[in-house]
Design a protein around this ligand. Sequence first.
Ligand code: SF4
Length: 578
Amino acid sequence: MAATNLSSFSSSIEKTCLFSPCPSQKPLSLPPKTLQKPFFSSKPSSSRFLSHTHKNPSKLLSKIPISDIVSSAKDPDEFYISCDEKPREECGVVGIYGDPEASRLCYLALHALQHRGQEGAGIVSVSNKILHLFTGVGLVSDVFDENKLDHLPGESAIGHVRYSTAGSSMLKNVQPFVAGYRFGSVGVAHNGNLVNYRSLRTMLEDKGSIFNTSSDTEVVLHLIAKSKAQPFFLRIIEACEKLEGAYSMVFLTEDKLVAVRDPFGFRPLVMGRRSNGAVVFASETCALDLIEATCEREVNPGEVLVVDKDGIQSFCLLPHPQPKNCIFEHIYFSLPNSVVFGRSVYESRHAFGEILATEAPVDCDVVIAVPDSGVVAALGYAAKSGVPFQQGLIRSHYVGRTFIEPSQKIRDFGVKLKLSPVRAVLEGKRVVVVDDSIVRGTTSSKIVRLLKEAGAKEVHMRIASPPIIGSCYYGVDTPSSEELISNRMTVEEVNNFIGSDSLAFLPLESLMRFLGACAPNYCYACFSGYYPVPPKDVKVKRVGDFVDDGVNGSLNCIDEEWVQASRDVAMRKVNASR
Ligand code: SF4
């Protein structure tokens, strides 16, 4: 690996090998190297500081000293519960190359990506060939302060926010991960889920690898360490060739920033540039906006972008299957001010609400939203139906995802703590309430009860997504299929269960019609049961497994019947709606 002194970097990066600004859906032609491979279709508790040094490769060999580890654990026995039953995005990533404020910009970008993961955050920076790492459990603002950012010097950095489970194993699973290899060090931050993690881990363990975490990302570091390819970034490419599933990753070495997106492009990853030439990668454009970087384009599915002092090189990782961008990014995960997969999230959600108003109209006096994720679709519904939108539910922004349960049970306590009905808007009214999705149905039933107790005469639920019938295996934490109410019940049965006067979902066919020519480029597996990359050796999701750090549970394969069964359910519903 070339030993380049970072202090000599120019903040203005030469654009010697730039790419064409094509959207992700277009086929790629990415010289100079094409690698061929067939492919089928909590609680705040602790933190750590770690510097990873590599000053003398010939002496250090594979043992890279960890210079400094800081941990600040709080009481591990505090009891937290969660009332939020939405699917959860498992991560957000950011990478910055060529800015003297790299770690501070990373910190700000992670703030913008906080909605993608609230249980852990970390940054690794590089200066003078030393990788400096700090990770902690909690919100970005809990984990970092001025002093900690002072200990993350250098002109390049990567960062990560994570959604994870509570428990003692939590901190060591917080990314970025940093590892030493024979000639240097590498840090990685990953958004997504590998479906062949178990088999890769077993293969690596059989060959002597020892794992420190239960994260699938660690297998990537082991694969890199085992590779003999030169130069170093080819090791990253070789490692990624063995991965199946979803991954948008950023890597940091002593002299390079590398961004990789899986061939299906499940999870988003965009590239931007600051006015001083610094190159930025981030999960969403909202992070670029915050640090005043101009979005240039997406990292294309199957693309590897290598940034160093000579500029940017683009490599084609694998043959390109049809992209399968996660449609849930537009339904729920991404912020409305982001542009994801080349589309405005705001415009998508507004259109979903308009479709619902057109295809599932109902006589009503007011349109309200389940805040915050239902707001834009509700605005679309109101605009199309001509019924006024009002704020009938107020979300408390001072309650985290988890909170301490009162010793005396209060009915619907969790929902009431987060959502307060506005009696003046609701009393005596026929109310359309728009939400982004229904998972188990328990929160929806509590919301309906809350609205009726506040005086609503009728409550009509309109859901800006199709019914969820299957778990996600590509980086989103969803419950087991048995827990998904739409996998067990018809729309009418769900309506009865939640107690609404009527219920309608965004039809899958209408969603695809809205996406037009791009429709085949999206993944709809949690609505259709058709999995673009079969979840062959990932953990089976069981009842109660919603919060999942991959530590517990079965190693068995998902059997074909299960996947097929879900698909059959979806097809029955599609046929029934015709
Ligand atoms: S299964 Fe659903 S949540 Fe997962 S990637 Fe596909 S569309 Fe997104």
